[in-house]
Design a binder for this molecule. Structure first.
Ligand SMILES: O=C(O)CCC(=O)C(=O)O
Ligand SMILES: [Fe+2]
Length: 342
C-alpha cells in the first residue's frame, strides 16, 4: 500500500459530498497506514524551494548567532528549556540541528499569567530582526498557515469518526503547536565517531545507508511535514516494512501522533518513521499540531475504542517529549500538574 496524496480544498468550503469524500479518505489513511500527503489548501504557496528558503536561511547564521538561541540542556546560562536551538550531536543516531518554536512566534506572549511558570509555555528565543531581516514575519506567517491546516484536519478527523466536528475545538484554543526547522548535514566519515553499530545503518535498495533520524512515532495530534526536496524519510507500513515517503513540492507529508492514537482508542495509528541519510544535506520543516497545555484528554464516545484514564495534555507531552535526544536531561524540570490518581 502506497502513501496516498489527497487534495483537501473541500475541507475549507461549506459541507458538500466532496468534503465527505475527503473526510473518508483522510480517516482511511489515518486508520490504515497512518501517513498521507496533502495538497491544495490555503497556504500551499509556502511549499516551494524559494518559500521554504525564507525559513531555512536561519541555518546559514554563524555559530555564534545560533548559540544565542540554545536551550538550557545545551548551555546552562540559558533560561529556556523547551523552546530554542538544539545543536548537532555527533555521537547520536539522530544527526541533526535545528530550532523548536512555540505559539508566541505567531501570536505574541498573549498567554502570560496563570501558567507562565510552565516550561511548555515559555517564550521562544528568536534571532534579532537585524540579524535575519524578515525572517520572524515569515516564520510567524508559516506557523499560522500550518495552524489553519491542522485545524481543518482536526475537524475532518472528528467528522470522519462520526463525532461532532467541533468536539476537539476547545482543546486546541491556545494550543502549543511546535514549528521545528531541521538540518541534517552529511555525517563526516572520518570524524572519529564510531557509527558501526546496527542502530546506525540499514540496507535500502541494496545500499547501506546510515540513519540520521532515529525511528520514532510523534507524540502529538497530527504532524504536517514539509520536506525540502531531498529524500530520506521512511514510514513503517502495516506489514512492518519500511516505505519511502517521497518529497514533492506543493505537498505536505502528514502523520498522526500518539496523542491522537490514544485519544481515539487506537482507531488512528501513530505510525513509526525514521530518516536515512541521503546523498546531500537534508532540511525539513515539521509542524506539530497540538492542544493547549491544560486540555483534559478523556476517551471519546467511540464504539469499541480502548478506554484510558483521562490525563492533561501537558503532563503527557512532557513525559514523552523529554525522551527524545534533543530534550535529554530536562525531565525533572516539570512536575505533572495533576497528581496521579492512586
Ligand atoms: O525530517 C523529517 O523528515 C522527519 C522529522 C521527524 O520525524 C520529526 O521531527 O518528528
Ligand atoms: Fe517524527
Amino acid at each position: 500500500m502506497d502513501i496516498e496524496t489527497i487534495g483537501i480544498a473541500a475541507l475549507f468550503e461549506p459541507p458538500s459530498p466532496d468534503r465527505d469524500r475527503t473526510d473518508a479518505r483522510i480517516l482511511s489513511a489515518a486508520s490504515g497506514i497512518g501517513f498521507m500527503a496533502i495538497k491544495d489548501f490555503p497556504g500551499d504557496a509556502w511549499l516551494t524551494p524559494e518559500k521554504r528558503m525564507e525559513l531555512l536561511r536561519i541555518f546559514a547564521l554563524p555559530d555564534g548567532e545560533k548559540q544565542k538561541l540554545l536551550r538550557w540542556n545545551f548551555d546552562r546560562t540559558k533560561k529556556n528549556v523547551y523552546r530554542g536551538w538544539f545543536p548537532l550531536q555527533p555521537t547520536a543516531v539522530s544527526y541533526k540541528e535545528g530550532i523548536d518554536m512555540g505559539p508566541d512566534l505567531a501570536h505574541g506572549q498573549a498567554s502570560k499569567g496563570a501558567q507562565s511558570d510552565d516550561p511548555l509555555r515559555e517564550p521562544t528565543p528568536l534571532p534579532a530582526e537585524e540579524t535575519l531581516p524578515g525572517w520572524r514575519d515569515a516564520a510567524a506567517s508559516y506557523y499560522r498557515a500550518m495552524e489553519a491546516v491542522g485545524n481543518a484536519l482536526m475537524r475532518s478527523i472528528a467528522r470522519g469518526l462520526g463525532l461532532p466536528e467541533t468536539i476537539f475545538d476547545a482543546d486546541f484554543q491556545g494550543g502549543i503547536s511546535t514549528l521545528r526547522l531541521i538540518r541534517y548535514p552529511l555525517r563526516e566519515a572520518n570524524a572519529g565517531i564510531d557509527t558501526s553499530g546496527p542502530e546506525f545503518s540499514v540496507v535500502h535498495k541494496g545500499e547501506t545507508r546510515s540513519i540520521i533520524g532515529r525511528e520514532h512515532a510523534d507524540s502529538g495530534f497530527v504532524t504536517l511535514l514539509a520536506q525540502d526536496g531531498v529524500e530520506g524519510l521512511q514510514a513503517k507500513n502495516l506489514a512492518g516494512e519500511w516505505i519511502d515517503v517521497p518529497p514533492a513540492n506543493g505537498t505536505l507529508a502528514v502523520n498522526f501522533g500518539q496523542l491522537l492514537e490514544r485519544w481515539t482508542g487506537g482507531r488512528v495509528r501513530a505510525t513509526r518513521h525514521r530518516v536515512i541519510a541521503p546523498k546531500t544535506a537534508r532540511y525539513s520543516i515539521p509542524f506539530f499540531y497540538e492542544p493547549r497545555v491544560d486540555a483534559e484528554i478523556a476517551p471519546l464516545p467511540l464504539a469499541g475504542a480502548q478506554p484510558f484514564e483521562p490525563f492533561l495534555y501537558g503532563d503527557y507531552l512532557w513525559e514523552s517529549a523529554t525522551n527524545f535526544v534533543e530534550m535529554a536531561g530536562i525531565k525533572h524540570l516539570r512536575e505533572p500538574r495533576r497528581a496521579k490518581a492512586s
